[in-house]
Design a protein around this ligand. Structure first.
Ligand code: 3H9
Length: 708
C-alpha cells in the first residue's frame, strides 16, 4: 500500500511501517509544504490500523536542515512547526527518526519529538539557531534538556555547534548508530527492532531522568548565564538560558509557552534580520559569474613568494588545507626566518595541546623552501607577498613568467597596487589575479579575489576553489585603490580622524565603535597593527594626495615620536610594561589639542550617536560608490567583506544592511548635512541618491529571493 501526502512529503506503508520521506531539496528545510505534509502523514498513520509504527527520514543529502530560513519575517502559515512537533510526539504509535547528514535546528527538533532516534555515521546534529539570532522555537529548548540535561543542552544551543553521531549517542540525544550509510534500510531495521522489543511510545516531554539532579542543573544554568552576560552584544543567548530554566522549573506545556514568547521576541529583533542577511550573503558571494561560467584549474602544489608575516601566514593557510607549499625567499637567511615563522604557528598549537609534534612533522613534510624560482616550475598556483612596490612586483612576475608551467595561476597579494599594471608586465595576463589575504592570513576568514581586466574565467574560478579549500569567505572585487575593503576602511578612518580633530577624543571614538559591536575601535586597531604601517603608506601617497582634501596630522605626530602602538609601549594609548590593553594618554590628548590649534579648529563635543552616524555614513557612502563602480558586485559583497575582514558586527548584517535598516533617506540626509562642512569629503554616492529617489533600498540590488 502506498500513498503520497504532499509533493514535499511522501508516505509509503510497507509491512506495517509508515515510511515518511521528506523531499524538499536541497536540504529538506521545513517550509510550509513540509510542515503540512508531516502533519498529514502523522494523522494518516494514526488513522490507518495497518500502521504499527512510523519512520521519518529525509531524501537526498540531509535529514532536515531546519526551519525554512526564507520564511522568517513573512506572515506565518499553518501549521506551525511547534504544532507539527507536538503532533509527532503525541502519536499513539512509536515514531522513529532516522538521521543522515544534517539534522539541525527545527530538523533536530522534529527528531527529538520522535520517540526513538537512530543516526548514520554521516549525521550532523545541532541547534544552530543562536547563529541566526534565534533560539530553538519548536520545543527544542524544552526537549533537549529532557534528553541530555541542562548543561549539554545549553552547550548545544549557545555554541550552535554541530556534533557527530558518536557524541550524540554519548550525550543521549540518539539511541543507536547505524552500521551502514543506507539510512532507509537502517531505519527500517531499527523500527523492526523497536517493535520486536515490544517498545512503546516514549515521549520526550515525559522524560525526567536527565533533569533529575536539580542542583546540578541549576549550577549549569547559573554558569551559562554568567558566561552569556560576560559576552556583550547578542540578544538570543540570554533568552536561551531563560528557556532552559523554564524546562527545569515549569511543566512541559508552560515551558513551551515561555519558549514561544522568547522565540517571537528574537524573531522580531533586528539581530535576527542582520544574522539571516549574513547567512544568505555568505552563500551568495560564492556565486560569482566566473564560478558559474568556468571550472577551476587543478590545485595541488602552490608557491608562496616571501616569508614575512603575510607570506608565512599564507603558507600556513595553504598547508592547513593539505596543499604542498614551496616558499621562495631571496637568500638562505630570509628563508630560514620564513620557515621559522611558519613553524612558530604550529609550535604554538603544540604548546596549547592542539597539535602533536608528529602532526607538525606531517604538515611540514609538505613544505619546502628555496631561493631559486626554478623550484616553482611545477606549482599550480603562486602567490606573491613581497614588498608593496610596483617595480618589485614587476621583477617577481617577470621571474614567474619565466619559470612557471603553462596554466599556472600567478597571484598577487597586493593590498592596493594596480593589478592590471602587474598583469601587463607578463606574457600571460590571463593567468594573473589578485588574492588579497588579511593578516593573520591563516586565521582571518576574508579572501578578496581581485579580478583584473584580462584574467580568464577559470583562473577566477580557481581563486574561489582555493578559498573553499582554505575554508575562507571569498568576495569578488574589481581593481581600484584598496579594492573593496581597504578602500572603504580608508574613508571611514578619515571620517574618524576628522571627528578627532573636530573635538572627539580617540577614546570616545573607540568606545563608540565598541558600543556598536566592533571588537575594537579604530585607534586600538591602529595600535595593535602598528602605526608605522599607515605612516609609510601616507608618506608614499603624499605626492598624489588631492591638495584640496583636508589632512589630519595627528597620526604623523605620534609616529614622529616613535609611538607606533603596542610594540613600542605607546601609541594612541599607553601600554605599561608590555600590557596588551592600553590606557588613555594625556600626552596624546595634548597633541590632538595642539593640532586643533594649528588647524584653526574650535573643538566641539560629539554625542556617541553623532559619532556613530558619521562613522557609518562614511562607510555606507563609500560602500555605495564601490557598488556603483562595479568594484563590488552587489551591496551584499560589501557587507561580507566588512564583516569578515574588518570586524563589523555580524549581527548587524553589514554596513549596507545596516543602512537599509536605518533607511537610506536618513543616511543620505546625514551625508548632505555633513557635506555643508566639507563638500569634498562628503560627496553623496550617485547610487545612494538614485535609490532614495526611486524609493528603493540596497537589498533590491542583491540577487536571490531571500527575505531577511
Ligand atoms: C530553525 O530551525 C528555527 C526553529 O528552531 C524554530 C522554528 C519555529 N532554510 O549551506 P549550503 C539553503 S532556524 C532555507 O550552501 P552545505 C542554502 O541557502 C534554522 N534554505 O550547503 C543554499 O541555498 P542556495 C536552523 C536553506 O552543504 C542551499 O540550502 N538551521 C537552509 O554547505 C545549500 O546550503 C540552520 O541554521 C534553511 N534552513 O551546508 C542550518 N539551510 O543553493 C542552516 C540551507 O540557493 N544551514 N539552505 O544558495 C546550514 O548550516 C547548511 O546549509 C547545511 C548545508 C549544513 C545544512
Amino acid at each position: 500500500m502506498s500513498q503520497t501526502a504532499t509533493p514535499a512529503v511522501h508516505v509509503n506503508v510497507h509491512n506495517h511501517i509508515a515510511l515518511v520521506l521528506i523531499d524538499n531539496p536541497p536540504v529538506n528545510a521545513l517550509g510550509v509544504a513540509v510542515r503540512q505534509g508531516l502533519q498529514h502523514a502523522i494523522a494518516q498513520a494514526e488513522a490507518n490500523e495497518q500502521v504499527h509504527a512510523v519512520l521519518i527520514l529525509g531524501q537526498g543529502k540531509a535529514f532536515i536542515a531546519g526551519a525554512d530560513i526564507r520564511e522568517f519575517g513573512l506572515p506565518p502559515q499553518a501549521p506551525s512547526l511547534p504544532d507539527v512537533c507536538n503532533a509527532i510526539e503525541a502519536c499513539s504509535k512509536p515514531v522513529v527518526a532516522a538521521i543522515h547528514g544534517p539534522a539541525l535546528g527545527g530538523g533536530l527538533e522534529v527528531a527529538m519529538s520522535a520517540h526513538y532516534r537512530v543516526a548514520t555515521a554521516s549525521a550532523k546534529l545541532g541547534l544552530p539557531e543562536v547563529q541566526l539570532g534565534l533560539l530553538p522555537g519548536a520545543g527544542g529548548t524544552q526537549r533537549a534538556p529532557r534528553l541530555v540535561g541542562a548543561q549539554a543542552a545549553l552547550d548545544l544551543m549557545l555554541s550552535g555547534r554541530h556534533i557527530g553521531a558518536q557524541e550524540a549517542l554519548r550525550m543521549g540525544l540518539i539511541d543507536h548508530i547505524a552500521t551502514s550509510d543506507y539510512v532507509e534500510t537502517e531505519g527500517l531495521a531499527y523500527v523492526r527492532h523497536v517493535l520486536a522489543e515490544g517498545a512503546q511510545v516514549r515521549r520526550t516531554r515525559d522524560q525526567t531522568e536527565a533533569l533529575a539532579d536539580k542542583g546540578a542543573q541549576r549550577v549549569a544554568i547559573d554558569a551559562a548565564r554568567t558566561e552569556v552576560r560576560k559576552k556583550r552584544g547578542l540578544f538570543s543567548p540570554d533568552k536561551i538560558v531563560d528557556c532552559v530554566q523554564a524546562a527545569l522549573d515549569l511543566p512541559f506545556d508552560e515551558g513551551l509557552r515561555t519558549e514561544r514568547t522568547q522565540f517571537e521576541q528574537c524573531l522580531a529583533s533586528p539581530q535576527r534580520a542582520g544574522l539571516i542577511h549574513a547567512f544568505f550573503a555568505e552563500r551568495e558571494v560564492l556565486k560569482a559569474p566566473e564560478t558559474k561560467a568556468a571550472k577551476p584549474r587543478a590545485l595541488n602544489s602552490v608557491g608562496v613568494i616571501g616569508g614575512g608575516t603575510m607570506g608565512a601566514g599564507i603558507a600556513v593557510a595553504m598547508l592547513d588545507a593539505g596543499l604542498h607549499v614551496t616558499m621562495i625567499e631571496r637568500d638562505d637567511q630570509a628563508l630560514a626566518q620564513g620557515r621559522a615563522r611558519v613553524e612558530k604557528v604550529y609550535d604554538g598549537l603544540i604548546a596549547k595541546g592542539r597539535m602533536s609534534s608528529q602532526g607538525k612533522a606531517i604538515v611540514m613534510s609538505r613544505y619546502v623552501g628555496a631561493t631559486d624560482y626554478a623550484a616553482l616550475s611545477q606549482a599550480d598556483l603562486v602567490v606573491e607577498a613581497v614588498f608593496e612596490d610596483m617595480a618589485v612586483k614587476h621583477a617577481v612576475f617577470a621571474q614567474l613568467d619565466k619559470v612557471c608551467k603553462p596554466g599556472a595561476v600567478l597571484a598577487t597579494n597586493t593590498s592596493y597596487l594596480d593589478i592590471n599594471e602587474i598583469a601587463a608586465g607578463v606574457f600571460r595576463p590571463q593567468d594573473v589575479i589578485g588574492l588579497h589575504f588579511f593578516s593573520p592570513a591563516n586565521i582571518m576568514k576574508l579572501l578578496e579575489i581581485v579580478v583584473p581586466a584580462k584574467v580568464s574565467a577559470d583562473v577566477v574560478a580557481t581563486g574561489f576553489e582555493l578559498a573553499k579549500r582554505l575554508k575562507k569567505v571569498p568576495v569578488r572585487a574589481g581593481v581600484c585603490d584598496g579594492f573593496i575593503g581597504n578602500r572603504i576602511l580608508a574613508t571611514y578612518r578619515t571620517a574618524a580622524d576628522y571627528m578627532m580633530e573636530d573635538g572627539a577624543s580617540p577614546y570616545e571614538i573607540d568606545q563608540m565603535a565598541r558600543a556598536f559591536g566592533y571588537p575594537m575601535g579604530p585607534y586600538e586597531v591602529s595600535d595593535l597593527a602598528g602605526g608605522d604601517i599607515g605612516w609609510a603608506t601616507r608618506k608614499r601617497r603624499a605626492a598624489t594626495r588631492d591638495p584640496r582634501a583636508r589632512y589630519v596630522h595627528i597620526a604623523d605626530q605620534l609616529c614622529e615620536r616613535g609611538w607606533f602602538g603596542q610594540k613600542t609601549g605607546r601609541g594612541y594609548y599607553l601600554y605599561a610594561n608590555g600590557a596588551r590593553t592600553g590606557t588613555p594618554d594625556p600626552e596624546v590628548l595634548a597633541i590632538v589639542d595642539a593640532e586643533r590649534v594649528k588647524a584653526g579648529i574650535k573643538p566641539h563635543t560629539f554625542t556617541p550617536e553623532e559619532l556613530q552616524r558619521r562613522y557609518l555614513a562614511a562607510m555606507v557612502n563609500e560602500g555605495a560608490k564601490v557598488v556603483e563602480e562595479g568594484i563590488a558586485l552587489r551591496p551584499l559583497d560589501v557587507d561580507v567583506t566588512l564583516v569578515h575582514g574588518y570586524g563589523f558586527p555580524r549581527y548587524r548584517g553589514g554596513p549596507m544592511k545596516y543602512a537599509d535598516m536605518v533607511g537610506l533617506p536618513t543616511i543620505l540626509a546625514d551625508i548632505r548635512a555633513f557635506a555643508e562642512e566639507d563638500p569634498l569629503f562628503w560627496q553623496p554616492a550617485a547610487l545612494l541618491v538614485r535609490l532614495v529617489a526611486e524609493g528603493r533600498d540596497f537589498e533590491s540590488l542583491n540577487k536571490g529571493d531571500h527575505h531577511a
